[in-house]
Write a protein that binds this ligand. Sequence first.
Ligand SMILES: NC(=O)c1ccc[n+]([C@@H]2O[C@H](COP(=O)([O-])OP(=O)(O)OC[C@H]3O[C@@H](n4cnc5c(N)ncnc54)[C@H](O)[C@@H]3O)[C@@H](O)[C@H]2O)c1
Ligand SMILES: [Zn+2]
Length: 355
Amino acid sequence: MAFYPQSAASTLRFVADSLVPDKFDFSIYSSIAIFVDDKVPLQFYEPILNRCSADGVPCRHVSLTAGESLKEFEGWSGILDEMAEAGLDRSSLIVAIGGGSLGDAVGFAASIWNRGIPWIAVPTTLLAMVDAHLGGKTALHHGRIKNRIGSFHLPQEVWVNPDVLQTLPVRELRQGWAELIKAALIGGEPFFNSLENGIPENLLPSEELIRRAMEVKVSIVNGDLKESGRRKVLNLGHTLAHALEMERTDQGPRWAHGEAVSMGLVFACTMAEKMGLAEVPLTEKVSTLLELSGLPVRIEDAPETDVLLDRIEKDKKSRGGRVSWILPERPGSMLIKELSREEVRDQLTDWIQKG
Ligand SMILES: NC(=O)c1ccc[n+]([C@@H]2O[C@H](COP(=O)([O-])OP(=O)(O)OC[C@H]3O[C@@H](n4cnc5c(N)ncnc54)[C@H](O)[C@@H]3O)[C@@H](O)[C@H]2O)c1
Ligand SMILES: [Zn+2]
């Protein structure tokens, strides 16, 4: 596994119009492979293709169907075949243009090709902009376990152009808003308060909001790449969310990740308020923002409390039956508390019944 010092960081750039930063020099690479989500319009990434050919570098452009199947070994191994076709060696570069699934799959391939070659992440979903493409975690699924295989391999640069979100379906935009609201709650009062009149009806966030959410994640990750300490606060809302994401219908998971995180955030705030840790009315404020983004804030037809608790304990955050919960005191101040099953059960039952 590649070693990164604790202060490792990707260069983040906001790019308008021509997607490629002016100063970026493709000609220093021996060859380039560009992997693109097939839902992303050509005109968005054409400037990258043009710049590669202008710089005279052999460049292979590969279109991929994104989604969780790209993170299954069978789907993912095709990426390695394309990398071989592109003739990638230690002096090559990979560019990944897409959402979190494509970034996780291509980033992992970059991390093991020749024991790790550089890659550039170009996020095309809101979730990838504010979360998935930041922080260097790459992942594949194995068996039925999500993200079981992976590595830490920071992209060398992250290029963000919010215009690409205009083609993103609204349900996908909402997934990003759940993480953006989480980032604001972790980030502090000025960011959190700015959301109170800042959620646009079309759910297309301003560059400023995206930038602030990115800064929250990056500032935490830069100090704790391997999640040995402070990075854990980024799991806010995710303890319950992971258990909810295991609920399935015949059509697939009942809730998308951001929807589960939304309910998880509300529950974390509710529990913190009930324990006298959070300032009232934090839960109400957070719920309002999530609802404005079209996200669920209570569970309908909830699974049994004990089923959820079993899943939570099996999740990797459980130690000897006690589970780490991230509990907000107020925007900008998070507590990490280990709670027993009994401490959580009453709260969860109560919260579910109120729904
Ligand atoms: N590595 C990390 O730190 C990290 C963090 C959070 C999530 N993730 C991973 O990210 C994945 C979810 O990412 P996601 O929400 O971006 O999903 P995704 O990559 O599956 O993209 C969602 C859908 O949007 C489409 N799409 C992408 N960009 C588009 C655009 N501009 N216009 C139209 N359609 C577009 C895709 O084809 C796909 O159908 C999960 O696999 C999750 O495990 C990773
Ligand atoms: Zn998440």
